[in-house]
Design a protein around this ligand. Sequence first.
Ligand code: HPA
Ligand code: MG
Length: 183
Amino acid sequence: MKNLDQDIKSVVVSKERIEEICQTLGERITKDYRDKDLICIGLLKGCSFFMTDLLKYVDTHLEIEYMDVSSYHGSTESTGEVKINLDLSRSIEGKDLLIVEDIVETGTTLNSIIDLLTYRKAKSIEIVTLLDKPNRRKIPMTPKYIGETIPDEFVVGYGLDYNENYRNMDYIGLLKEEVYKKS
Ligand code: HPA
Ligand code: MG
């Protein structure tokens, strides 16, 4: 048993299943974007593990960009105002964009990002997410590519954190209650 495994109550998405998801979604994206001008935009930090594994299965020309966007917490959360901590390094005008997410929940931050990229004249915008929690949605949206739909429970691993920890696990799981009590 690995060290971090000791904090995990149960596995939600196994290492093997993640690999299978990356392959399946990667092949779909390859087909859909063969004749397009694709830029994949990873949303940091959660996207990092999924993005690299997924894109190894995408066999067509593409560019990689990253954004780091956070929602303002507190009173403005529902308005979907966002703070851009890291922006794109190039113009995306006329490009086919694929936003790469670890998890989609309320959809508020993602909605603001889509508005911004639309304003910057993207040709098309789709979302690929490893996990979807549709029960948490505040703004209606259905990502085109979804790895796994999960119940409304807090998960960690494979890019997803609890207090910036556990991102480096190679699977996704639920934390034991005692981990929350310790912090
Ligand atoms: N785990 C970790 N980070 C998250 C989650 C989650 O379930 N949902 C949104 N950010
Ligand atoms: Mg987080």
